[in-house]
Structure formats: structure tokens, C-alpha cells
Design a protein around this ligand. Structure first.
Ligand SMILES: Cc1cc2nc3c(=O)[nH]c(=O)nc-3n(C[C@H](O)[C@H](O)[C@H](O)COP(=O)(O)O)c2cc1C
Length: 437
């Protein structure tokens, strides 16, 4: 059985699945239920400084984007940090940590950008027995207007300064949570490292307006006739998050810096993708808010089964394994040639591949052959762009097949050169096929 125990910057948890700082981790009631369901750790909903708690809107806080089947693809929120008193949160965190010593409990913190404010809160958090702190430099709305959250996360010098204070005034491991609302994610990551952070986590939510109420001419969610930008998360942001994780993982200046991956993770497969791109563990928010805490069961069994099947014994065997294969465009192998192929048994003859190729690509798919409706790839026109594969409504009906070295490209009439980047494991390589048997 694969061993999926996680050791992230010295913080141990029975599995790499943590709940991200958000409503699911806002109180002991939720966190206790999450731990019972099997979550390896939680990042408690972000704490603010001592004083009157923040006030949230008492109206719609969420907007969404759905797929055609009403499955939630993207979630937008205009919530602030916790609106419960600091002392109540601290007491509950202490109790929960005592009840669940084997689970990771991280305190997320966001206080004003002054040394005194950070110096004041750190010992209070440490006293709860929390395993570490996460610095919330990401919240894109409400708190950033007050000079916190993304307002700090967008200025690398501030990040470095605050991380330094945290390392100076606390013994707890520091995880710096990054905002994606920035042009180059490597800069805040480098700054966090320069300040001495133990790890970075990303992504927080993305600035967004999900839709506009056309009757009232206001963005959704509309609160008393007005709306504001919110933070976008859920499956729709996963590609953006994966890229940002990979950018940090392969940056020579932050190479080896532990990463906690966040953004749209819903299944074990999403989690595994984040891990092979360099995340030491993962955090989940929207999927838990959409489907409940029990989704962690599928994540645990799915990851373990896949690791067993592939012979990966521990998480160290998979973390970062895909990073060497992320490269810049200039290093892609231009001698690699692939052609689309349509499985006639699966084809439902909808014609979407033809129209996409005909109107917008390379006119490489037939519509009729001998007067009969028939969709077939013309290899002498196909450049292997993959558009038909992506627009086809039937899974696996159209596939892209790589030409083997020595074959002739019908479009350019050139012989395919034998220097595929991954030829030793390429499915068209007869030796690889034999080895796989
Ligand atoms: C309603 C809501 C509230 C959130 N509150 C916080 C917060 O207090 N602190 C924080 O660091 N991130 C907060 N987040 C961001 C999440 O922790 C996470 O970074 C983001 O949602 C991306 O992950 P996901 O796609 O799995 O949801 C919040 C997200 C949502 C949806």
C-alpha cells in the first residue's frame, strides 16, 4: 500500500489533503467534522487583529459560473476574513488541536502591515499549539482597500518585510500565501524566500466579476443595487494555478522552496497534478463548499490506488516529477509530428470537427465522401493542432497519433526524424510497447 503520509516543512499530517482557509475552516464545528471525514489538515479561516471583528455583507456573497449540466465551474466571493472574535477562534483552535493531535492545524493571519501588529498576534497564535502560520497576502477585495491582503501581496518588498517579522517573532513554520493578481508570480515567491519563509502556498482568489444583472445594470452578486469585484476560485482557476505553481517550482531562484498547491482541486487527479508539478501538499476550498467534506475519501483512495498501480511508494516519489518536463516554447521538439484520427465507430456525425477545422483552422477534415456525410482527416493538410479533439463532444472519438521516426509526413513530405524528446516511452516505439507488456 502506498504511504501517503505528508511532512510539509516539518508539519505532519496523515495525508496531503488540507482544507484551505475559508468558510469550511471558520469554526470548531466545521473543522471537527472535516477531521472526522478524513482531512489531513486545515488552514483556519483568516484571523485579524484583536478588536471589533470585521462585518460581512448580509446579502449574496457568492456568484458562480456553471457548465451546461449546472455543474459549478467557478465561484466568486465577496467575503472578508473571519467575522468572529479573535479570542473565540483562538480558544477553538487550541481545543481542536488538542482533540486531533495527528492532524495539521495552521493559522491564517492578516493584520495591518506594521511590525507591532504582527508582533502582537504571533504569540497569541503560538499559544494555541497551531503547527504553523499562513500569511494571507491574497484577499483581493475588502481587506486590500484597507492596506492588507493583496495590497501587501502585490509588493514584493512588503512581503519580504512581513515574512522577516514573522520569522523573528515566532518559532512556527511560515507559509506565505500568494495572490495570483500579479503579472509575474515568481517575484512575490522570491521575496518570500528572501524574507526566510518556509514555504509558499498558492493561489488565492482571482479578481473577477462573474456576471452582470442586465435588468438592474449591476454586477453579480448584487447587494442593494450595487456590486463589486470578488475573488474567483473553483475548477475554472485550476489551469492558472497549475501554471503558477510550475513557474515557482522551476525558477532557479526558488527551486526547492516547498509549495502548498491550491486552486480548483476537486478530485485526486487534480491533487496529483499539483503534486507532480512541485506541490508538497494541496489545499481545497470550493470543492468542499460544493460537495461537502466527504470528497476527501475519493481523494485518499484515488491517490493511493494510482500510486499502487504505478509503483510509487511515498509522496516523495511523485512530488515534482513533472517539473523537468515543463519547458519554454523554444525548447519544444519541432520534429515531432502528430495527426488527428477519427474513430468511425464512435463518430456521431455531428460535424463539429469539420466546421471548426474548415472555418478556423487548416481545412483538414472532410464533410462528405462520395456524396455521403463522412468525417475523415486528410493527413496532407492536418498540422496536428488538436482543435478537433477538443471540440468533439465524444470522448476518445478523435485522437492525435504521433508519427514514428522514419514515417513520412504527408503534409510536408519530410521523413520524421528519430529525435522525439520522449521516444523511449513513446507509444509508437515498438520497444516501449514490448516493455509495457
Ligand atoms: C468564500 C471564500 C472565502 C475565502 N476566505 C479566505 C480567507 O479568509 N483567507 C484566505 O487565505 N483565503 C480565503 N479564500 C481563498 C481559498 O482559501 C483558496 O485560496 C481559493 O478559494 C482557491 O481554492 P479553490 O479553488 O479550491 O477554492 C476564500 C475562498 C472562498 C471561496
Amino acid at each position: 500500500m502506498a504511504d501517503i503520509r505528508n511532512n510539509f516543512v516539518g508539519i505532519k499530517s496523515p495525508n496531503p489533503f488540507w482544507l484551505a482557509s475559508a468558510p469550511p475552516t471558520d469554526k470548531a464545528y466545521n473543522v471537527e467534522r472535516a477531521f472526522k471525514a478524513g482531512w489531513g489538515g486545515v488552514v483556519w479561516k483568516t484571523l485579524g487583529e484583536e478588536g471589533p471583528p470585521v462585518v460581512n455583507v448580509n446579502g449574496p456573497r457568492y456568484g458562480a459560473i456553471w457548465g451546461a449540466d449546472r455543474r459549478l465551474l467557478g465561484l466568486n466571493n465577496i467575503e472578508l476574513i473571519t467575522d468572529r472574535p479573535l479570542q473565540v477562534n483562538l480558544q477553538e483552535m487550541k481545543q481542536v488541536k488538542m482533540n486531533w493531535p495527528d492532524r495539521a492545524l495552521i493559522a491564517s493571519i492578516m493584520v495591518p502591515c506594521t511590525e507591532d501588529a504582527w508582533k502582537a498576534i504571533l504569540p497569541l497564535v503560538e499559544e494555541t499549539g497551531a503547527d504553523g502560520i499562513e500569511l494571507n497576502f491574497g484577499c483581493p477585495h475588502g481587506m486590500s482597500e484597507r492596506g492588507m491582503g493583496a495590497a501587501v501581496g502585490q509588493v514584493p518588498e512588503y512581503i519580504e518585510m512581513v515574512v522577516r517579522w514573522c520569522k523573528q517573532y515566532s518559532r512556527m513554520p511560515v507559509i506565505t500565501k500568494l495572490t495570483p493578481n500579479i503579472a509575474d508570480i515568481r517575484k512575490p515567491a522570491r521575496a518570500a524566500k528572501a524574507g526566510g519563509t518556509d514555504a509558499v502556498s498558492l493561489i488565492n482568489t482571482i479578481n473577477s466579476i462573474v456576471s452582470v444583472d442586465l435588468d438592474n445594470f449591476a454586477p453579480n452578486p448584487t447587494v442593494g443595487g450595487k456590486g463589486t469585484h470578488g475573488g474567483y476560485c473553483g475548477p475554472a482557476v485550476k489551469p492558472i494555478a497549475l501554471n503558477m505553481v510550475a513557474e515557482i517550482a522551476r525558477d532557479p531562484e526558488t527551486y526547492g522552496l516547498p509549495i502548498s498547491g491550491i486552486g480548483g482541486i476537486t478530485t485526486w487527479r487534480d491533487a496529483a497534478e499539483f503534486m507532480v508539478l512541485g506541490s508538497g501538499n494541496v489545499q481545497v476550498c470550493t470543492a468542499a463548499m460544493t460537495y461537502g467534506f466527504k470528497i476527501v475519501e475519493e481523494m485518499i483512495t484515488g491517490l493511493s490506488d494510482w500510486m499502487d498501480e504505478k509503483g510509487h511508494a511515498t509522496l516523495d516519489d511523485i512530488c515534482g516529477r513533472a517539473v523537468p518536463n515543463v519547458t519554454d516554447w523554444q525548447y519544444l521538439n519541432l520534429n515531432y509530428i502528430a495527426k488527428a484520427q477519427i474513430d468511425q465507430d464512435l463518430c456521431i456525425k455531428c460535424g463539429r470537427c469539420h466546421i471548426a477545422c474548415e472555418d478556423t483552422s487548416h481545412q483538414a477534415i472532410t464533410r462528405t465522401v462520395n456524396g455521403i456525410r463522412h468525417f475523415e482527416v486528410m493527413e496532407d493538410e492536418c498540422v496536428g493542432c488538436n482543435l478537433c479533439v477538443n471540440v468533439c463532444p465524444v470522448e476518445n472519438c478523435i485522437t492525435l497519433i504521433g508519427l514514428a521516426p522514419g514515417q513520412i509526413d504527408a503534409r510536408t513530405h519530410k521523413v520524421v526524424e528519430p529525435n522525439y524528446a520522449n521516444w523511449t516511452t513513446h507509444p509508437n516505439n515498438p520497444m516501449a510497447a514490448q516493455a509495457a507488456e
